[in-house]
Design a protein around this ligand. Structure first.
Ligand SMILES: [Cu+2]
Length: 77
């Protein structure tokens, strides 16, 4: 997954996959996977990883720092 221009790229992953997030912005972001306890900090110009949910579904993504940021993570069944 990439964060660029204060926007999350869309991504479909398998359950439990390790997801790498690359932040192309100079600002720090978080990836909060709503409905789970995942909320990782991604430094400006940096990367972070998290484990995708084990249950298939569509999970809204938000950023703690920028309430206007919304994305979607799809976990394939
Ligand atoms: Cu952000």
């Amino acid at each position: 997954m990439t964060i660029s221009g204060f926007a999350f790229s869309t991504l479909t992953v398998m359950p439990g996959a390790t997801v790498t997030v690359k932040n192309a912005d100079s600002a720090a972001h978080t990836v909060k996977v709503n409905g789970t306890n995942v909320d990782v900090n991604v430094p400006g110009g940096g990367t972070a990883t998290f484990t995708a949910p084990a249950t298939a579904g569509t999970y809204p993504l938000t950023c703690d720092f920028h309430p206007a940021m919304h994305g979607v993570l799809t976990v394939a069944g």
